[in-house]
Design a protein around this ligand. Structure first.
Ligand code: ZN
Length: 313
């Protein structure tokens, strides 16, 4: 008897969760986002009122990600989807829309001017000439998964504090629009977060304005282009067009690192191929992680900035 009652209760629970759709237990506003830093942004503004479901799980690589069936189910409870322009959105946003036609899809980067995925000229001072063959044009990148569909545009707009502030404005507007009763809460949270970002931005400007540091860093996957732009740094990618470098490019890079005494190769925890340890060996340096996808974005920006700064001494 007891079992039957429990079974009935479980059924009612399951039915209520799946049928009421938009109002789960928590009573919070359900939204979805692509990557963990966005979850942080939305929940900073939404506070206790909003729950953000993230599509790419911790440790996942957004370049090769595909949603799990369970996530498609959860998606049906979301009122908003904040897209940021990473690869998997191109093939999935439309399907998300058909799974939940009432969900509004917002592109937080729509007003941001995208830079090209960076191609760096490594001029090695001891040798002149050889400035040919930079025909890494836009069409490349098909044998690898990185940013192929971006047409060469850099999607990593969540790694520059000033660009994050711009995106928060759009997140704020949309939360208010869908939940006007809590406008004051959202605005207060937003103001506080913007202030934190301003503090961070000032700190980073100071950190990197030192005239005695090298102001460049080598990173396997070039996720830090907007960061570099914001603080007047130079990002030197190991990858070329989202692919492992050719031997010729590799030799150039190793040569450059040696000449300029760059000893650190940064990698992200999600992608760290053998090439990297090989380069580190060659230059007698080490491999250090810089995570572009950590959930606590604010803390992570400080951590990564300090690592970059330390590598520039
Ligand atoms: Zn990337």
């Amino acid at each position: 008897m007891k079992r039957k009652i429990i079974l009935v209760l479980v059924c009612i629970f399951v039915v209520s969760v799946f049928c009421t759709g938009n109002t789960p237990e928590s009573g919070k506003l359900q939204v979805s986002v692509s990557i963990l830093p966005q979850k942080f942004f939305v929940e900073k503004i939404g506070g206790d009122l909003v729950d953000a479901m993230v599509m790419v799980p911790p440790g996942g690589d957004p370049h090769i990600y595909e949603p799990r069936p369970q996530q498609m189910v959860e998606l049906s409870r979301s009122k908003l989807y904040f897209a940021i322009g990473i690869d998997f959105e191109h093939s999935w946003l439309e399907r998300f829309s058909s799974a939940n036609p009432d969900m509004k899809i917002i592109h937080t980067g729509e007003n941001i001017e995208k830079i090209a995925m960076q191609q760096v000229e490594l001029e090695i001072s001891k040798e002149e000439g050889g400035h040919e063959g930079h025909d890494h044009s836009e069409e490349g990148g098909h044998e690898h998964h990185h940013h192929g569909e971006e047409g060469g545009h850099d999607p990593h707009i969540w790694l520059s504090p000033p660009l994050v502030s711009e995106q928060l404005q759009i997140i704020l507007q949309n939360l208010i629009q869908i939940d006007p009763g809590n406008e004051n809460v959202y605005r207060t949270n937003y103001d506080a977060f913007i202030e934190e970002i301003d503090v961070l931005d000032t700190e980073l400007k100071n950190m990197f304005s030192d005239g005695n540091i090298k102001k460049e860093f080598i990173v396997f996957h070039p996720a830090w282009g907007y960061f570099a732009k914001a603080y007047d740094l130079r990002q030197i990618p190991v990858e070329i067009e989202g692919k492992e470098p050719k031997p010729r490019d590799l030799i150039k890079l190793i040569d450059y690192a040696k000449t300029n005494k760059i000893r650190i190769i940064f990698v992200q925890p999600q992608i760290s191929p053998q090439t990297v340890s090989m380069i580190a060996n060659e230059i007698g340096g080490e491999v250090i992680t810089a995570d572009p996808l950590a959930e606590n974005w604010l803390e992570n920006m400080n951590i990564v900035a300090k690592k970059f700064r330390d590598s520039m001494k």
